[in-house]
Ligand binder design. Sequence first.
Ligand code: SIN
Length: 272
Amino acid sequence: MSSWKIKKMSGHCGARLEGVSLSNASNSDLEEMRSALFEYGIIVMPDQNLNPEDHLKLAKFFGPIDVNRFFTPVATYPMIAEVRTSAEQSEVIGGTWHTDHSYDVAPAMCSILSARQLPPHGGDTHFASMSAAYKALSPGLKKMLSSLRAWHSDSSFSESNVGLENNPDAFRDPVLHPVIIKHPVTSEPCVYVNGDFTTHFENWSIEESSALLSYLYVFVTQPIFTTRVVWEPGMVTIWDNRLVQHYATADYSGHERLMHRITVEGVPLESV
Ligand code: SIN
């Protein structure tokens, strides 16, 4: 008998889970939540009001924590990253479609975002299903993309102007991932290129890659593949970075927003 009430948010990704307090959830509640994450790609749980200790405990249920080397840590909690927008900022962290940590050899499996301070309006987060996008590609393009790998790099952080840590030692060499990955748990095929970190296809020039990559970025983020999280105080959202990309909306200028984010270690990605 399930303790969660689960309601789908849109046709291709997202579910709202209510009825369990994460800070004292049973193991079977947590396992059911993890299954929902793999089924829906992104799950939102309102009214959780996690403190940092509860947030860390929740993350460790999924696996070891993968500390982001570019984000400012929360004071006294070095494993939790701050996603902060000040009232003076017009750009926000994550304000373009992207996949967290795709520049790593073993990219983070999931990200857990906990609302701490919300603006009076806006600041929603959009998610797009990469498995639905893959399914909608033509057989010809599926076949071609399945034979390719692409380079991912953290170099875009060097131009960032959104209050991230200024740490030149954080940068690493680019890494290669398959363009179509097999989800490590469900084996579902997912498109795995994103506008923030993918630079070009293996053995293709940047110029040659850019037309096809631009086409893919528009294709995979079509509204039909998306869902939108309208944040509520105390809400927690978890997304699987292999199943969805996300986009934070910068539409609350003049107001502050603070979220706490933990990313959980993933595994090297394999092709279909
Ligand atoms: C992120 O890209 O991880 C931040 C998402 C958000 O702040 O809504």
